[in-house]
Design a protein around this ligand. Sequence first.
Ligand code: TYM
Length: 323
Amino acid sequence: MNKRLVSGIQPSGSLHLGNYLGAIKQWVELQSDYDSIYFVADYHALSAKTDPVEYQQQVLETLAMIIALGVDPKNAKLFIQSQIPEHAELSWLLSSYVSIGQLNRMTQYKEKSNRQGQNAALLTYPILMAADVLIYDAEVVPVGDDQVQHLELTREIARAVNNHLGQVFVEPKPLLGHSSRIMSLQDPQIKMSKSVAGSAIGLLDDEATVIRTIKRAVTDSDPNSPKISPAIKNLFDILSGVSDQATVSKFEKLRVNGSLRYSELKEALVEELLAFLRPVQKTFHALIKEESNLLKIVELGTEQVRPIAIAKLREVKKALGLL
Ligand code: TYM
């Protein structure tokens, strides 16, 4: 039996290149080597209080995009979080093993609560994320760098439960890819996200938008500096995520011998990005038209996965002394 791998993504707006390079690219690469379980974390993004009709569409689009990017439901089990209610039930059971201090320390909570207000779901969110992972005895969790702190907390929760009740949970490890931290194209000190204009390349962006966003991406004033700046490193990270090694090496050589022109790097980047995005968008548009197909895929995933969640929850309840 292969080791188990679990990961999820929030359906908050359309996905961007950071989501792909930081997480879904790894999901695709690893899907056949592990017993892979992937899901759309629709309970998680409820704290943003999106319009319900729009939200339903976002969940379906996220699902379609995961498949368009290469996750194959024949290799991986795919489902929607809210369709397996055991996650939320386990989350409640875990909450006795977490302190408010631990939750308050989460960087993402601090950032998001500054923007969205101090919603209790934002605070307790990492407990649900721990439940998502622990309920399947996942050994590895492929994520971007910004989720590592949440996974550390997941491990602390698993340890606290195991100390109290004996060996109930596996301690999962985060798995980071080569591009675990794709930065904003406007400010290389903050991560790429859809919430800042010009920061991200959306996976559904049209050609004109991709060209405009890359053209406006910040660089630095010295292409010949021996030390690579964060903005240029980010452009190289993106290039190596979507193109072949020969192209990256070509530009790397130019950079090292001091003859790199940023306009040429950006032109190549646009070309490679469009070559990557075109087939993905085509598959996405075909998939999103067939809503019933998408629902069938998650129905099958749920059937495969839910018995594991039910059994684990039963084990935990028994360990806790619940009748
Ligand atoms: P979310 O939906 O914010 O992001 C999905 C995945 O994309 C990665 N990511 C990035 N990677 C590199 N550079 C970036 N700029 C960038 N932006 C996003 C994230 O690290 C993530 O891997 N809490 C999770 C969803 C979740 C989850 C889980 C993940 C819920 N339950 C259980 C793993 C296991 C989240 O909000 O990711």
